[in-house]
Design a protein. Structure first.
Lengths: 127, 341
C-alpha cells in the first residue's frame, strides 16, 4: 500500500572514503508500526547484485541491530512511516554516481494468510 | 447541534478514524495534531485512533502522551470515539501466541483504551471467539466494550461471525458487540481499484469482465480461476482477488444486530462529490442505522489513497470533508460545518 515510498529518495550515502560501508533509508509499507520480531527482513539488491543479510544492519531511533537478529527482538518497534537506516557492506567499492537500489521488506502480519510487505526500486545517487 | 445534545436525543454522531489520513501521516505532511484539527474542522466530534499507527512507542505509551492527547481532545472539542486493537498471533517467530498471551494482549489494549478515554475498542477480525469471551470480564470491569469488526468478505451469516455472535449473546452484549465496516456494502466495484489495475498494465477485457461480474453481483468464488483460464497475469489475478474481498449485502441485514452494534466504520474509496460515494450506497445505509436506533459514531475510514497514489495527488482531507458533507445532509443537520472555507 506504500510500496512506492519504501526507498527514501536521496538517502544513499557512504560512511567511509572507500565507499564500501554504505547506508540507505527504507520505510515499512504498512499503515501501522510493527514490532521488530515481525520484520522478517529487509533485502537489498544494489545494481542487480543481492546484498547478503549477514552484511546488513537495521537502525531505528538510534538503535542498531544485525538484520538477521530482528526476528528475536521483542522490545522494539518500527514505527509507521519511520525511515530505518539499512547499513550494508560491499566487497567492492560503490562508485560515485547513480545506482539502482531495490529494497524488499518482508513482514509477518498476523491476520494475513500470505506474507506481507512490499518492494520498491529507485535510482539513487551516491555523492 | 452540539454533540452533548445529540447524545441526549440519541442521534447518530459523526466521527473520523485517523486511519483516513494515513497517506499524509505516513509522509509526515500531517502531524497527529493536524489530523485531530481536521476532524474538528468539519464538525465531527469523534476521533477513532489506531494507537499502533498514531502513538509513537506503543505499547509503552507515556502519561505525557496521554495528557497531550486529552489536551487535544479538549482544545478541538472532540472525544475519543474508539481505539483499534490488533492481535499479533504471529508476534513470536516460529510459534503462535497461546490463548493466555492473546487475552493478555487484549487486556493491555483495554488498559490503553481506558487511558485514552475510548468507550469502545475495535477488535480485529482475526480474534478467535474464545479470546473475546475470556477478555470480556476485564473489559466489563474497565467499563469499555470490545467490538468485533465485521469486515468484507465476512458478513452476518458467515460461520466465523456466527461463532462470535454466539459468544456475544452468551455474554449478554454488555462488554462485547459488533463494529460493522461499511465495506460489506460495496454495491459497485470501486473504479479507483480497476483504474489502477489498468495503469498497472492489466488487460482491459479481463478488467471489464471482473468489474461486470462484480457489479452484477454474480458468483465471484471462482473468479481467480476464471481469470487464470483466460490467461490473466499477476495484475489481473490481483484484481480478481480484490473482487472476492469486496462484498455487497443488503444494509437491512444490520437491523437484527442493532443491540450489539456500538460503532460504525464508514469505509470509503472515493467521494465523487459532496453527496455520493462511488461504490457504497450511504443514502440507503444511514436510514437503516436510524431505523435501528443507532446512536454511536459513524466514523470515516478513507481507504482510497493506496489506489491512486501512483498517479494522482492524495487529498485525504478533501475526501473526508466530502463524506461528512454527505453525512451531514443525510442526517438532516441544519448547521453545516462541512463546506470548504
Amino acid at each position: 500500500m506504500f510500496d512506492k515510498y519504501i526507498v527514501v529518495e536521496d538517502s544513499l550515502r557512504a560512511s567511509d572514503p572507500e565507499h564500501r560501508n554504505l547506508a540507505v533509508d527504507v520505510r515499512m509499507p504498512y499503515y501501522r508500526g510493527l514490532g521488530l520480531s515481525m520484520v522478517e527482513g529487509v533485502d537489498l539488491v544494489v545494481d542487480g547484485t543481492p546484498v547478503p543479510p549477514t552484511a546488513t544492519t537495521f537502525t531505528v531511533h538510534g538503535r542498531t541491530y544485525d538484520m538477521t537478529d530482528l526476528p528475536g527482538v521483542l522490545d522494539d518497534r518500527w514505527e509507521m512511516g519511520e525511515p530505518a537506516e539499512i547499513g550494508f557492506t560491499l566487497d567492492r567499492p560503490l562508485t560515485s554516481g547513480p545506482h539502482e537500489v531495490t529494497a524488499s521488506v518482508r513482514l509477518r502480519i498476523s491476520y494475513m494468510p500470505v506474507p506481507g510487505g512490499g518492494r520498491d526500486t529507485k535510482t539513487l545517487v551516491l555523492a | 447541534m452540539s454533540s452533548a445534545q445529540s447524545e441526549v436525543l440519541g442521534a447518530i454522531r459523526r466521527g473520523v478514524s485517523l486511519y483516513s489520513y494515513q497517506e499524509e501521516f505516513f509522509l509526515r505532511t500531517m502531524s497527529l495534531e493536524d489530523c485531530i484539527a481536521h476532524v474538528s474542522s468539519i464538525g465531527a466530534t469523534g476521533v477513532e485512533v489506531i494507537p499502533e499507527q498514531s502513538l509513537v512507542g506503543y505499547p509503552d505509551i507515556t502519561d505525557a502522551q496521554v495528557e497531550q492527547w486529552h489536551g487535544w481532545m479538549s482544545r478541538y472539542g472532540t472525544t475519543t470515539s474508539a481505539t483499534d486493537l490488533f492481535l499479533d498471533t504471529k508476534r513470536v517467530a516460529g510459534r503462535w501466541l497461546t490463548h493466555d498471551e492473546q487475552v493478555a494482549s487484549f487486556r493491555a489494549d483495554i488498559d490503553l483504551a481506558v487511558r485514552l478515554g475510548a468507550p469502545v475498542i475495535r477488535a480485529i477480525i482475526n480474534t478467535p471467539p474464545e479470546v473475546m469471551r475470556d477478555a470480556a470480564p476485564y473489559a466489563r470491569d474497565a467499563g469499555v466494550r470490545l467490538l468485533l469488526e465485521v469486515h468484507a468478505p465476512f458478513h452476518y451469516e458467515h460461520p466465523w461471525i456466527l461463532e462470535h455472535l454466539e459468544v456475544m449473546h452468551a455474554e449478554g452484549g454488555v462488554a462485547l458487540g459488533l463494529m460493522p465496516d461499511m465495506g460489506t456494502f460495496v454495491e459497485r466495484f470501486p473504479r479507483v481499484v480497476s483504474d489502477r489495475a489498468i495503469r498497472d498494465g492489466a488487460r482491459k477485457d479481463l478488467v471489464d469482465y471482473i468489474v461486470k461480474l462484480y457489479d452484477d453481483h454474480g458468483d465471484t468464488h471462482a473468479l481467480m480461476d476464471i481469470v487464470h483460464y483466460r490467461g490473466g497475469g499477476p495484475v489481473e489475478m490481483g484484481l480478481a482477488r480484490q473482487a472476492t474481498h469486496f462484498i455487497y449485502r443488503d444494509p437491512e441485514e444490520l437491523l437484527p444486530h442493532m443491540p450489539l452494534i456500538g460503532h460504525i466504520q464508514a469505509k470509503f474509496y472515493e467521494m465523487v462529490d459532496d453527496s455520493s460515494e462511488y461504490s457504497i450506497p450511504y443514502d440507503r445505509i444511514v436510514p437503516v442505522l436510524e431505523k435501528g436506533g443507532f446512536n454511536g459514531f459513524l466514523s470515516s475510514e478513507y481507504e482510497g489513497n493506496r489506489h491512486i497514489q501512483d498517479a494522482f495527488p492524495v487529498d485525504s482531507r478533501e475526501q473526508v470533508r466530502r463524506q461528512h458533507a454527505m453525512f451531514s445532509a443525510l442526517l438532516g443537520e441544519t448547521d453545516d460545518h462541512t463546506r470548504t472555507a
